[in-house]
Write a protein that binds this ligand. Structure first.
Ligand SMILES: Cc1cc2nc3c(=O)[nH]c(=O)nc-3n(C[C@H](O)[C@H](O)[C@H](O)COP(=O)(O)O)c2cc1C
Length: 360
């Protein structure tokens, strides 16, 4: 029988259990995206805390766009040495570490220093109220190359893989969303065209890092908004990426303009449990790529049930590990009490991550 503490192989990576820290932007990098001691400490606590793998916070691949305050970067080779220290530390605790790479698109503040804001089309972001410039064919190539170079740097720095952020309304996610993608060229229109940016970006990464390096994606099962990405669209994208060799799919959902109560972490409460379970289970049943379920995972027994009843292989956590970085160690010791996170959402700030209950 399967167990949450099974040792498994994910694209050649040996994971000591099925628990993963989902990407979490902490806001503790310096103003150029470099590591700080505080950030290093957060990762060391996570690595000690028992997860099989850590996915880093969203890390920007090009400094042509305005990052979030304190966002991690990987836009040039100067990052390789400091990230080696991070990956070596993580490996000392037998925790794999995966770099999440992103282009923010219009989900950032307007730049005061002449940086660009890219979008599939010049459509104002309903949440951030920012309007990007429509990307030209040259911009598209530039961004795809930036992703590919970032992934190669990640490999050189010792990360066990990269995760392409295709969820939550960031640039790649926006290409999939009809409301934000109004293009009339081969990158817009039907789902085949709207998937092209993600497919080509994935392929550019794959060409750089080689066939064996783990490349994961995080994707919305649904945008939960009018003219948003639908679940049928999501499955289409997952099938296409599976054909291209993607190594794992983390199923999330929602966007800053989602309908209240559906999908976004701002409105989902602890009582709702693993709220993308049905979507992730259907994807896992249809597609022969390991699926990671994120969102609302709090209760050990409930996760065991999902593991038994579905073909979902992995479970990832964000807020529970902000509240309690050693949750997995606690569960492993036999104390199976549910996560202390009450999903109050107060940790969701762009200027640093602290749980109000155990603020240090
Ligand atoms: C403070 C905070 C920062 C986050 N940063 C990221 C991020 O960098 N990349 C990402 O894909 N998701 C990010 N998320 C979303 C989480 O990875 C996760 O999908 C979501 O919080 C639901 O999982 P949970 O119920 O375990 O918190 C963030 C969430 C929070 C609360």
């Amino acid at each position: 029988m399967k167990s949450l503490f099974d040792q498994t192989q994910l694209a050649g990576m040996t994971l000591k259990n099925r628990f993963i820290r989902s990407a979490t932007h902490d806001g503790f990098a310096d103003e150029k995206g470099h590591m700080t001691e505080e950030l290093f400490q957060i990762y060391e606590n996570l690595a000690k805390g028992g997860v099989g793998a850590i996915i880093t916070g969203l890390t920007y691949v090009s400094d042509l766009e305005e990052p979030y305050p304190g966002q991690m970067g990987i836009y040039d080779d100067s990052f390789i040495e400091e990230y080696k220290r991070l990956t070596e530390m993580s490996h000392r605790y037998n925790a794999k570490i995966i770099l999440q790479i992103v282009s923010l698109g219009s989900q950032t503040s307007p730049s005061t220093s002449g940086k660009v804001m890219w979008g599939p089309s010049a459509v104002t972001d309903l949440g951030f109220k920012t309007t990007p410039q429509e990307m030209t064919a040259q911009d598209i190539i530039l961004v795809q190359q930036a992703f590919a170079e970032a992934a190669l740097r990640a490999k050189k720095a010792g990360f066990d893989g990269v995760q392409l952020h295709v969820a939550h309304g960031y640039l790649l996610s926006k290409f999939l969303t009809p409301y934000y993608n109004r293009r009339s060229d081969e990158y817009g229109g039907n789902i085949e065209n709207r998937t092209r940016m993600v497919r080509e970006t994935y392929q550019a990464i794959r060409d750089k890092v080689g066939p064996d390096y783990p490349v994961l994606i995080k994707i919305n099962c649904d945008d939960f908004m009018e003219q948003g990405l639908t679940f049928a669209d999501c499955k289409y994208v997952c099938h296409k990426l599976a054909e291209l060799g993607v190594n794992a799919i983390e199923v999330s959902g929602g966007i800053s303009s989602s309908r209240p109560g559906e999908g976004t972490i701002r409105t989902i409460t602890a009582e709702q449990g693993s709220y993308f379970r049905t979507y992730a289970a259907e994807i896992a049943g249809e597609i022969n790529v390991p699926v990671i379920l994120v969102g609302g995972n709090r209760d050990f027994a409930a996760l065991m049930e999902i593991l038994k009843q579905t073909t979902i292989e992995y479970f990832s956590f964000c807020r529970p590990l902000i509240r309690e970085s050693d949750l997995i160690k606690r569960w492993q010791s036999g104390d199976l009490g549910r996560s202390k996170c009450v999903s109050c959402t107060k940790c969701f700030r762009l200027d640093g991550t602290r749980c109000i209950f155990n603020q240090k």
